[in-house]
Design a protein. Structure first.
Length: 300
């Protein structure tokens, strides 16, 4: 998802690019110059694809989810991919491509989807907490690593269609609700979804897709002291904690405020890629393989 940061989004694409993967880049309709730039990139790299539908994205509105669904629809005909990871232009990988592949393989078809019903902002949720006849509503981070089978269910199953219609009628947070609700209602049996009705938790059900420091974090300080809404703008001082993390990606970066932190991560990724090439079994995946949501998920 790209809206304004050409340099940062290019550096992100360069870090994660491999010829065997597919990349759908949705550039919001507000950014024509960026769109033309990605048209040029797409013409050179056939696996960098612009979506079949382009959306005027307003964050916290249905359009944010619709842009993502457009990319999923665009990627679906390419049958070789096994996991979908959604990113925006303010993120950067903490793992090399080889490490990401090994970690995703260890998930064994489970989805890493964040969810909560009783979070710190529950009073702002756009729905009440009553149990609906077909699901319990959940809200969580929109960032995820979802199996192809789960994406198939989200795009093509009638149960997912009914949940999507309900989500459309909400006033806000659509992109934080649809996938979280789909993944945490085991009765509808979406592939890779969590069997236990359990919220995301730092210890028992951690969310591994993204490293973030928020204004509600109790065990992490924002070293830069700068914020992008509720998210800390990560800086050079955050590097030690980031590099110890088992998360796959980190957010949020502002390239103009602290280019050094991104440059350091780029160099580390380059070195890790060389090491991984020499040592194909470079990642100890036991942590990921034994996560609660991996051990107990809907299998197909």
């Amino acid at each position: 998802m790209v809206s304004e940061e050409m340099e940062m989004s290019e550096r992100l694409l360069r870090a994660i690019y491999r010829p065997q993967n597919y990349y759908c880049v949705h550039v919001t309709m507000q950014s024509e110059a960026l769109y033309k730039a990605y048209e040029s990139i797409s013409s050179c790299l056939p696996n960098v694809i612009l979506p079949i539908r382009r959306v005027f994205v307003e964050w916290d509105r249905f359009s944010a989810l619709d842009a993502e669904l457009s990319c999923l629809e665009t990627l679906w005909p390419f049958t070789r991919w096994k996991y979908f990871i959604n990113l925006n232009e303010k993120e950067f990988p903490l793992k090399s491509n080889a490490e990401l592949v090994q970690i995703l393989q260890s998930l064994d078809g489970a989805n890493d989807v964040h969810a909560s019903r009783n979070g710190e902002h529950a009073e702002k949720w756009p729905f009440d907490h009553d149990i609906h006849y077909w699901h319990r509503p959940f809200r969580g981070s929109p960032h995820m690593a979802a199996s192809r089978a789960f994406v198939d269910y989200a795009l093509h199953h009638t149960e997912a269609e009914s949940i999507l219609e309900w989500v459309k009628a909400l006033k806000s947070h659509h992109h934080e609700i649809f996938f979280s609700t789909l993944n945490h209602n085991p009765n509808i049996e979406a592939p890779g979804s969590h069997i236990a009705v359990e919220e995301s938790d730092y210890y028992t059900k951690p969310h591994i897709s993204q490293y973030r420091v928020t204004n509600t974090s109790v065990d992490q300080a924002c070293k830069s002291g700068r914020w992008d809404n509720a998210d800390c703008v990560l800086s050079f001082g955050d590097l030690p904690e980031m590099l110890r993390s088992k998360k796959l990606f980190a957010s949020t970066f502002h390239i103009r405020e602290d280019p050094l932190v991104v440059s350091c991560l780029e160099e580390r990724l380059y070195n890790e890629t060389k090491s991984n090439f020499i040592d194909a079994e470079s990642v100890n995946v036991s942590y990921y393989r034994n996560l609660n949501f991996v051990l107990s998920h809907v299998r197909v």
